[in-house]
Ligand binder design. Structure first.
Ligand code: RB5
Length: 154
């Protein structure tokens, strides 16, 4: 697969090792920066990666910041994106199997490289289960549609 990767300064030290790990799994990487530990704004890098994935120019996205949270908040606002901040391989597996997640957001400050590698492996190697989960993913994505007027239950 083709994987778009972006990071802010807070996770810059982990970006190159994560890129090397993704390549070691046989994937192509599009490195969208940042390229130093100078301060930058994480929403800029989340936007770059998320738009590549939404446009089909990348199959999946991997974002890194201090917590992963700001990247996830931003990337998830791009239509077509299902992004989450993930800290364990188990959650990464469920993020793919149940939610068909396409952008994973890692913490460079609070999660070790070893754990983030296991998270990335699970993200890249787990298939979406489909079935009842596919219907729920469709329901997630209707929130992207400006003409969707909201759920009426009962
Ligand atoms: C940058 O200091 C920090 O706010 C950022 O890396 C990230 O953790 C935001 O969610």
């Amino acid at each position: 697969m083709r994987i778009a990767v972006g990071s802010d300064h807070a996770a810059f030290d982990m970006k190159d090792p994560i890129i090397a790990f993704i390549r070691s799994l046989g994937h192509e990487v599009i490195d969208l920066g940042t390229n130093s530990d100078d301060r930058v704004d994480y929403p800029d890098y989340a936007d770059l990666v998320a738009r590549r994935v939404a446009a089909g120019e990348a199959d999946r996205g991997v974002l890194l910041c201090g917590t992963g949270i700001g990247m996830a908040l931003t990337a998830d606002k791009v239509p077509g994106i299902r992004a989450a901040a993930i800290q364990t391989p188990e959650f990464a597996e469920l993020f793919r199997a149940h939610n068909d997640g396409n952008v994973i957001c890692l913490s460079g400050r609070f999660v070790s490289l070893e754990t983030n590698e296991a998270v990335v492996r699970a993200f890249l190697e787990t298939e979406h289960e489909g079935g009842r989960h596919a219907l729920r993913v469709e329901k997630i994505m209707r929130e992207d549609d400006p003409s969707f007027e909201g759920v009426q239950l009962g």
